[in-house]
Every structure is written in C-alpha cells, then in structure tokens.
Write a protein that binds this ligand. Structure first.
Ligand SMILES: [Fe+2]
Ligand SMILES: [Fe+2]
Length: 274
C-alpha cells in the first residue's frame, strides 16, 4: 500500500518506516492472519495496551499497527481472539484458570494453595493463596496485589481480599517470628540492593498492626517462589474449597454488573482494541 505521507495522521508510521529491530521483533506478533478454515478471512491487528508497551520499542509499533487497519482485509481485534480458547457464556472462576491463565501462573497458584492445605491452614488462607496472584495470571503484574484484591472482593470473604492486597507489601519484609525471610528469588529478580518504595514500607507497617495480618503473612509463607515442574496440581483438587469460599455469580464473572465485572471481561477478551 502506498499513501502519500501527508494524508496520514502523524501518529501513523508505516511498517516499513520502523527500525528493522522493532519491525522484526514486534510488529508481526500483533497481526494475526486468519486461521486455517476460518470463515472470516480478515487479518486482525492486536493493538497492545499502554501498560505493556510504554518504555519499550513496541511503543513505536502503535502507529504502524493502526496504519495496517486501513487495509480492507484488516480489522482491529475485537471479541474472541481465535487463538485463545473460547470462554463459556457464563464463565466461572475455574474457566479463567483453565482457559486464560498461562501454565506457570496456573501452577504457581495451585501449588501455593496446595502447600497451604498441606500446612493444615484454614480454607480462608487456602483460598487467599489460590487467588493471590490472579492479577499477574490474567491481567497486570504491577500492583498485582491491589488489582487482584479488587477483582475478587465481591466474591470472597473480606479478610481474603484484604490479605491478597497486603501480600503485595508483606512479601518484601521478613518476619522471623514465623520463619519468613526475604525470598532468594527476589535477589535474582530485583538485584541485591533493591529497596521497595516508601509507600510499601508504610503499607507493611500498617498491615502488621491489623487483626488480619497473619492471614496475609501466610500467603507470603506459602507463596511458591520457585515453580516446581514435577508437582502437578489441578483445579479439581480445590473445587470444594472454591465452592464454599467463592460466590460465583449466576450471570458469570464479567456479566454480573458488579463494580469489577470489567476486569473479568478484560481477561475474557484481553486483546480488544477498545
Ligand atoms: Fe504476589
Ligand atoms: Fe505468588
């Protein structure tokens, strides 16, 4: 396609104008050709969200990707991405685990819940462990404790949501009285000199004074920092705990009109342009 440059909005950079490193590494990953046998033969462009691209070379793909959409055989991705398993009309928590979460996140959550169960902890703690990184699994990693807590708050005991929120801060701070030390994995992740920002120090101090402190602390104790590929845990093993501790909405997660339904819909259709 050749267009005189002056008819394009300045944000629309054509693919061939991008540096080769960006073009080769990034652009094609976001353009989905129709799958074999698909009735709709149009290409679909996934426009990656700002949270995933800010500060990376992918940011400069945005304009080029939008320029692709001007081709008559190309649209932006909306609705079901054929490369993701289709979700049922009324999705339950289990469907997000099995059809949306990646293998590592799925195992991490289930292995953490399993460890809590092996330690003989209450169902509240097991449930909190099962859900603690749900935001990383399906939505966003930064501030994952806060996103995750909000996402599950309408469906779980208040103490479970509180514990999930506060584990964000507590992870960084040892509590020798219960044998929790700073995770070795964090030295690899963040480097030996990493210091959490001030607000997390304040969050930690406040959480320590709270009556539910130990519930959140137990998440950090049962958090599996190294994923064990030999331990296979399936959602089935927690169906009973979930049944008793997660109020599954009749309309399905994402469609119950709750203040967090949009978060679940974002996990159902993570590639929607708008
Ligand atoms: Fe976490
Ligand atoms: Fe975790």
């Amino acid at each position: 396609m050749s267009e005189p440059a002056d008819t394009r909005p300045s944000s629309q950079v054509l693919a061939q104008e991008l540096p080769a490193s960006v073009r080769e590494a990034g652009l094609t990953n976001w353009i989905r050709e129709p799958l074999d046998g698909a009735v709709d033969r149009r290409r679909r462009v996934i426009v990656p969200p700002a949270a995933a691209t800010a500060g990376t070379p992918l940011r400069s793909c945005q304009g080029a990707l939008l320029a692709e959409v001007r081709r008559p055989d190309t649209v932006v991705m909306m609705g079901d991405n054929p490369e993701l398993p289709t979700m049922p009309e009324r999705p339950a928590l289990r469907d997000f685990f099995e059809l949306r979460f990646g293998k590592i996140a799925y195992s991490h959550l289930l292995q953490s819940a399993r460890l809590a169960r092996e330690h003989g902890l209450s169902e509240k703690v097991i449930m909190a462990c099962l859900l603690h990184d749900i935001a990383i699994a399906g939505l966003l990693s930064a501030n994952h404790g806060y996103w995750g807590a909000q996402m599950v708050a309408p469906y779980v005991d208040e103490e479970v949501a509180w514990a999930i929120e506060k584990h964000e801060a507590l992870r960084y701070f040892p509590d020798e009285s219960v044998g929790y030390t700073y995770p070795h994995a964090y030295i690899d992740y963040f480097g030996p000199d990493y210091r959490p920002p001030e607000y997390l120090h304040r969050e930690h101090e406040a959480a320590r004074q709270h009556r539910w402190y130990m519930t959140s602390r137990l998440i950090t104790i049962n958090d599996i920092y190294s994923f064990d590929p030999d331990v296979v845990v399936e959602f089935d093993q927690f169906e009973d705990v979930v049944g008793r501790n997660f109020r599954q909405p009749r309309e399905g997660l994402g469609f119950d009109g709750s203040p967090v339904a949009h978060m679940w819909r974002t996990m159902i259709w993570p590639n929607n342009f708008l």
